[in-house]
Ligand binder design. Structure first.
Ligand SMILES: [Cu+2]
Length: 165
């Protein structure tokens, strides 16, 4: 079994650079549009994953992301990360404001949703579901395609960040 995962990981790394990025359909929930969602595939031994998305608020009042959960992880938490002296430094955020007519982008090296204590590895090509709970707009479920480990990102920061866990 262990060998299987090792080989899968190696295959993912090899294919990663060449595969196209699968786009998920935007999800609408009241005044919010959730777009560009994806999670990053994990490498063998990795117990946390990261998910990214864009939240747009077309309403006249601000909203707030207050909770997230996924069946593949014991906890999903919101993190912000910053580079400090060449090291990625992460901070836990309790909630995230989405200003009226504003747009929040979760991306590698910045805000992200951290899937902690994974129950299974995240493999490229899979889709995982995540529930997002907003203060005003309520709960919405999104399907995140799992992208290769090095999908669409400036190498360095993000990888470094993942390796820190
Ligand atoms: Cu994090």
């Amino acid at each position: 079994m262990k060998r299987y995962f090792v080989m899968t990981g190696a295959a993912l790394l090899l294919c990663g650079a060449m595969s196209g990025v699968v786009q998920a359909e935007p999800v609408r929930q009241q005044a919010l549009v959730i777009d560009g969602v994806y999670a990053r595939a994990t490498v063998p031994g990795q117990t946390v994953g990261a998910a990214y998305l864009i939240i747009e608020n077309n309403g006249d009042v601000s909203d707030r992301l207050v909770f997230a959960s996924s069946p593949v992880a014991h906890r999903v938490v919101l993190h912000s990360s910053q580079m400090e002296q060449g090291m990625a430094h992460m901070q836990h955020e309790k909630s995230l404001e989405i200003p009226a007519h504003g747009r929040i982008v979760l991306k590698p090296g910045g805000l992200h949703l951290m899937l902690e204590d994974l129950k299974q590895p995240l493999q490229e090509g899979q889709s995982l579901s995540m529930k997002l709970k907003f203060e005003r707009s309520g709960e919405v479920e999104v399907a995140l395609p799992v992208q290769p480990v090095m999908a669409e990102e400036p190498m360095g920061k993000a990888m470094h960040h993942d390796m820190m866990h």
